[in-house]
Write a protein that binds this ligand. Structure first.
Ligand SMILES: O=C(O)[C@H](O)[C@@H](O)[C@H](O)[C@H](O)COP(=O)(O)O
Length: 248
């Protein structure tokens, strides 16, 4: 009879080896600490592989981190910047995640990075998803995630008809229709990284701020259902441990 391997701490999604929580005193300390952590990851991958790949989320939270990171001493011409998710908008739309990344990260030293928007003028939704999947063949150095007030991460929304298919997908990116989900705001049609795509990133970071999100995170850690709390995929998906960076 084959010997059974006893479960290790890594089998438990809430093991300290899977989720690490970093609390920062204020927004400045938070932004700079996250930028320093990201700088270390990107420089390490450039040293080890000659190239680094950074996956970024949108939303209102991460801009200060992206602005701080834009000044970091990194060989930016060896960095590919891509998106965790995108709204079905033109890449220069003020509400697109591409525009956010261009205006916050791709400034200063980081101007030299290579940016891959998911949407392009003239590209259909299917072509956009196919392009994101083709680029995702190169594994990400780090995926930077956010969490919505409804518990979504990337563009994986609870209550959406597309959620079970996205959670089970073997593709790195899928089209996602979040019609009827209040958290998706005015942009129900999205393209999102899946747990499969997330599992390939060498590192994972979740950026959150404020007491309400800290309480929501506690609820997500206690819940056992990613269809109710999609942010659970950030720590329950096999692969890298999740580094959570929070400030008041
Ligand atoms: O484009 C998006 O909507 C996102 O990438 C999304 O997953 C975001 O990270 C959360 O919605 C958090 O958004 P806030 O930072 O605005 O709360």
């Amino acid at each position: 009879m084959p010997l059974q391997t006893p479960p290790t701490a890594d089998d438990d999604p809430l093991s300290p080896r899977r989720v690490q929580f970093h609390a920062h005193v204020d927004a400045d300390a938070w932004a700079w600490s996250c930028a320093v952590a990201l700088t270390g990851i990107l420089r390490r991958d450039i040293a080890e592989r000659g190239l680094a790949r950074l996956l970024l989320s949108g939303g209102t939270t991460p801009a200060p981190v992206y602005r701080a990171l834009s000044k970091a001493p990194i060989e930016w011409d060896k960095v590919e910047v891509a998106l965790v998710d995108e709204r079905w908008l033109q890449p220069d739309d003020p509400d697109s995640n591409a525009r956010l990344v261009r205006e916050t990260l791709l400034q200063n030293r980081a101007k030299a990075a290579h940016f891959e928007p998911i949407t392009r003028v003239g590209r259909t939704l299917e072509e956009s998803v196919a392009s994101a999947n083709a680029h995702a063949r190169r594994p990400a150095s780090v995926a930077v995630l956010g969490m919505g007030e409804d518990g979504h991460t990337a563009s994986l929304f609870s209550g959406a008809r597309d959620l079970p298919r996205a959670l089970a997908s073997k593709s790195d990116y899928v089209a996602f229709d979040a019609s009827g989900c209040a958290g998706a705001g005015a942009w129900p049609l999205r393209i999102s990284l899946t747990p499969t795509g997330l599992s390939k990133a060498r590192e994972r970071m979740l950026l959150i701020r404020g007491e309400a999100k800290r309480r929501l995170l506690d609820r997500a850690l206690d819940s056992n259902d990613a269809t109710l709390m999609p942010v659970r995929v950030a720590f329950s998906t096999p692969g890298a441990a999740l580094q959570i960076h929070w400030c008041p």
